[in-house]
Each structure stands twice: as C-alpha cells, then as structure tokens.
Design a protein around this ligand. Structure first.
Ligand SMILES: Cc1cc2nc3c(=O)[nH]c(=O)nc-3n(C[C@H](O)[C@H](O)[C@H](O)COP(=O)(O)O)c2cc1C
Length: 339
C-alpha cells in the first residue's frame, strides 16, 4: 500500500507525493484576469514547500464566468504568459502544476449578466440568471476548449474541470438548478449533456498523456438534489467521456451550509466514488492531520489528498507532515537546514 509520501503516476504524469494544493480563489488578479506577483509568490511558495501537485484556483473561461472581478482569467491569450511564469517556477522545484477551469454561472458577480441553465436561483445574493440558449451553451463549451488549449500552451501538467459547488457545470447536473425542458434538462442523461460536451471539447485539445481531472459535488445535502448513488452513476459517464481523476467535494446548489463539518467529512464520498465508479479520486476537507491523510491513502480510500486552508496557514505543510510521519521529503537545500 502506498503512503502519503509515495509518488503517484496517472497517465503520463508522475507526482512526487500524494498531496495536492486544493484550488483556492485568491481574489488578487487584475481586473482583466491577469495574474499578479501575489499568485507567483503564493503558488511558488507551496511548490518550494514540497506540495506534489499545485492546483491553481478557479480560473474563468470567460469574463462573465468569473466569481468576482479579481479572479484569475484564462479566457484570453494575454493570460498565458503570467500563468506560464508560475508553471515554470513551480516545475523547477519539482512540483507538478495544474489549473482549475471554471465558469461560475449564476454565482458570477461581475458587471455582466450572469447565465445559467435556467432563470432560477435559491440564493438571495445573486441576480436571477439569464437562461442559456442552445447556441449560447455551445459557445461556452468552446470557451472551455480554448481555455484548455491555453493551459497546455502555458505548460500545465493537468487541467481540472470545476464541476462542483453550485457553479455552471454543477448547475446543469443538479435538478435543484436545472429546470430545462430541452435535451439539457430533465433526465440524468440530459443533465449530464453539458458536462460531457465540455469534457469532450477539452479532451480534443489536451495531449493524450495528460490527465483530465474533474471536481464534483458528491452530494447536495437535500432531498431535492441528486444522491451519492446518482453521482456515482454520473461519474461513470465522466470516466467514459475521458475524466481520469475525480476531485470529490460536496454541496453548493443551496445557500445552506453542509450539516456538519469535521475532519474527513467528505472522505467517505471519495471512497464511495472510487469504488462505485472504479476511478481514482482526490479527497478533500479538513484532511491536514497527517495520520488521517496517511490512513486515507494507505487504506486506498483516495489516491490524492487535497489540502486547502492548512496550506494557507502553512506553506510548508508537506514538510511538517513528512516529519510527523517520518517520511522523506526533500526541500531546497537551504530550507532543509531549517527542519
Ligand atoms: C479561500 C478559499 C478559496 C476557495 N476557492 C476554491 C476554488 O477556486 N475552487 C474550488 O473548487 N474550491 C475552492 N475552495 C474550496 C477548497 O478547495 C477546499 O475544497 C475546501 O477549503 C475544503 O478543504 P480544506 O478543509 O482543506 O480547506 C476554496 C476554499 C477557500 C478556503
């Protein structure tokens, strides 16, 4: 059984350990979506700190798909150079670099009109979205394709589709937010259609050996939403369409927070999807206690462990965890002298 500090290979990508930096919006980009020195320092520090796979935050595939006007963008070729700088630096310290491609749909708070499968939201803070026409859906699929192409040009090792947290792709998947009566709504097959089109578009432009990750909300914490079993069925479709690794989060369609948050609160979802859909998974959610992360990997409940807030607190989390587990993790020479 592999442990947290054993390497992991998926398709052509070898990651030096099982720790992924979870995607976390920094709200520090310029208003045109360009990254700033903040991103370079923030992601670079975690690469130096020994994280195996650094995932750049939700990055907008179009301007009206941003969560805020300070989100990272990947909708223009002008964004490539800044991202490439971060990628090159991270890779030079042995990290693998990935980026989350996102469209916020209803949850976009930008000057533009927000869009969604249906003109419906349960959140008071968001405007009622414009329901996308078929033609507009095709345009957004194309934006995801172009964004993936830019990610490849910037040198990323992998891309992750943001299909969770009540953002656009999840809005199509969930019966809570998808009220359409055409081929994009109603049955599970129809609700899956947009996500599958996005997957196919991205697969067409990334190298064969590059893994495709997808973040999903495993459960909706509501009878009105889909169940874990239904998500397992959906993941089987994503796998057939070309997704290699599923990043398992939860919730987001409704304003209410999950009923309870505790160490490993989403781990059983990652395990259930891993077994049920026979696909590698990433577990996330208060997993920073090294013994808990190690247990999850060694007992094959998940393949990678995503760490979010702990990596905001401690850029050298990976080294601290390695010391606690008495595992090897090399940092740049001068830092090693401090541990
Ligand atoms: C500041 C912040 C920003 C976040 N931004 C994103 C994001 O861009 N994309 C995403 O999928 N999740 C986002 N998340 C969720 C995290 O990736 C992670 O799933 C969550 O924080 C739970 O993991 P943790 O307990 O290790 O922090 C964000 C979380 C935080 C705290």
């Amino acid at each position: 059984m592999a442990g947290l500090f054993d390497s992991y290979t998926i398709k052509g990508l070898e990651i030096k350990n099982r720790i992924m930096m979870s995607p976390m919006c920094q709200y520090q980009a310029q208003e045109d979506g360009t990254v700033t020195p903040w991103h370079f320092v923030h992601y670079g520090a975690r690469a130096i700190g020994g994280v195996g796979l650094v995932m750049i935050e939700a990055s907008g595939v179009e301007a009206r798909g941003r969560i805020s006007t300070r989100d990272v963008g990947i909708w223009s070729d002008q964004h490539i150079a800044g991202l490439k700088g971060i990628v090159d630096f991270g890779k030079s310290y042995g990290a693998k670099m990935a980026i989350q491609l996102a469209h916020a749909g209803t949850k976009a708070e930008t000057p533009e009109q927000n869009v969604a499968p249906s003109a419906y939201t349960r959140f008071e803070r968001y405007q009622t979205p414009h329901a996308l026409s078929r033609g507009e859906i095709a345009e957004i699929v194309e934006k995801f394709r172009q964004a993936a192409e830019r990610a490849v040009t910037a040198g990323f090792d992998a891309v992750e589709i943001h299909g969770a947290h009540g953002y656009l792709i999840h809005q199509f998947l969930s019966p809570i937010t998808n009220k359409r009566e055409d081929e994009y709504g109603g049955s599970m097959e129809n609700r899956l259609r947009f996500a599958k089109e996005v997957i196919a578009a991205i697969k067409a432009v990334i190298p064969e050996e590059m893994p495709l990750l997808m973040r999903v909300s495993a459960v909706e914490y509501s009878e009105e939403g889909y169940s874990l079993d239904e998500m397992i069925e959906m993941v089987k479709h994503f796998k057939a369409a070309g997704v290699d690794l599923v990043d398992v989060s939860s919730g987001g369609s409704l304003p209410e927070a999950p009923p309870a948050i505790y160490p490993g609160y989403q781990l059983s979802f990652a395990e259930a999807i891993r077994r049920g859909a026979n696909i590698p998974t990433i577990a996330v959610g208060i997993l920073e206690h090294p013994a808990l992360a190690e247990e999850a990997v060694r007992n094959e409940r998940a393949d990678l462990i995503a760490i979010g807030r702990e990596l905001l607190r401690n850029p050298h989390y990976a080294k601290s965890a390695a010391l606690e587990l008495r595992a090897e993790l090399e940092l740049p020479n001068v830092y090693s002298r401090a541990f």
